[in-house]
Design a protein around this ligand. Structure first.
Ligand code: FMN
Length: 319
């Protein structure tokens, strides 16, 4: 694929990385070892919320600073920090994360969730690179983010893992819509779990990929071994919708929430959060106690591999 040659790829140029592959932020499931492994493999590693923490009681900012310092020792390549904005007027927490990471030397940020004009302007004023991902990708939001100075936009389809877009539009629908709306480069998120997904994303006009799910099932990710094995043994038919915006691989907790959701209970998302979200089952390995959040590309994941192998295989056309 001539068009994919690195010398012509705007994402690698803008972000100063080897391959146009961005590791998506993963709540509770990132730490210095994992983030540095992605960056050393040629992608962009990203710290998500609760990076490096093992319990909710730990101080997020102190742990983030320590993890950033560790990552700086493990790699000389760029990596990013996620600014998770949970409503349009949410500023205090993501701003605190921004100030903390900036002070530690980070100059690349992934703002996700809702657009916050003040924060976007502040990030850009610091001279940092900014990737913007709306929770529900919209044409108006992408245009707004471009106007405010975002460097890269993420277009996310319903196929993704994590908190899924309630619009329900798949990756094949969402990526070209956003590509056609803006002049800055777009990266595709949602169900990209092997090289075929990467090729499809580029065929739709994306110039990079944003990969969460596939990178969870790697040696370097801190997800519990038992959970990684359960994921490898599961397929798309083992995934349940437990809330309008949340899937989980079947387990005792997911079966219960899915049944309640089926019965018309729309508070099940709050119930998953009250139970600790992805932390019990994914980080702590309490396999039946919470959400095992995953995308619908799960059938392409057959093995726990190293981060390097995953990135190398997905980026086969960029060598
Ligand atoms: C376990 C898990 C946790 C996630 N946590 C976050 C998060 O804290 N912040 C965020 O912006 N996105 C989060 N996401 C979404 C990812 O960043 C990304 O959008 C998604 O994983 C990309 O699609 P994929 O999983 O199909 O590769 C999470 C996804 C998963 C699977």
């Amino acid at each position: 694929m001539e068009a994919n040659k690195m010398s012509k790829n705007p994402i690698t140029k803008i972000l100063g990385i080897k391959y146009p592959l961005i590791q998506a932020p993963l709540n509770w499931l990132t730490d210095a070892k994992f983030v540095a492994a992605v960056s050393n493999a040629g992608g962009l590693g990203t710290f998500g919320p609760n990076a490096g923490k093992t319990s909710p009681e730990q101080d997020s900012m102190k742990t983030l600073t320590e993890e950033i310092k560790r990552a700086q020792q493990l790699t000389d390549k760029p990596f990013a920090v996620n600014l998770m904005v949970s409503s349009s007027d949410d500023f205090i927490y993501p701003n605190q994360v921004f100030e903390t990471a900036l002070a530690a030397g980070v100059r690349t940020f992934v703002l996700s969730g809702f657009l916050n004009t003040e924060l976007i302007k502040k990030v850009k004023k610091s001279g940092s690179k900014l990737i913007v991902r709306e929770m529900n990708s919209t044409v108006s939001g992408a245009k707004e983010a471009e106007k405010l100075g975002a460097d890269v936009i993420v277009a996310t389809g319903y196929d993704e893992g994590g908190v899924i877009p309630t619009t329900g539009f798949g990756t094949f629908t969402t990526v070209p819509r956003i590509v056609d709306a803006v002049s800055i480069p777009v990266i595709a998120a949602g169900g990209v779990t092997d090289v075929r997904g990467v090729r499809a994303a580029f065929a739709l006009g994306a110039q990079g990929v944003y990969v969460g799910t596939r990178l969870i099932v790697t040696n370097e990710n801190r997800t519990a071994q038992i959970t990684k094995e359960k994921i490898v043994d599961s397929g798309v038919n083992d995934i349940l919708l437990v809330a309008p915006n949340q899937r989980s691989i079947k387990n005792a907790a997911a079966d219960k929430w899915a049944a309640e959701f089926d019965d018309g209970d729309h508070e099940t998302f709050a119930a998953t959060r009250k139970a600790g979200g992805v932390r019990p089952a994914m980080l702590d390995g309490k396999i039946n106690d919470g959400v095992i959040s995953f995308d619908v590309g799960i059938d392409n994941i057959h093995e726990i591999k190293s981060v390097w192998e995953v990135v190398d295989e997905m980026m086969a056309d960029f060598k």
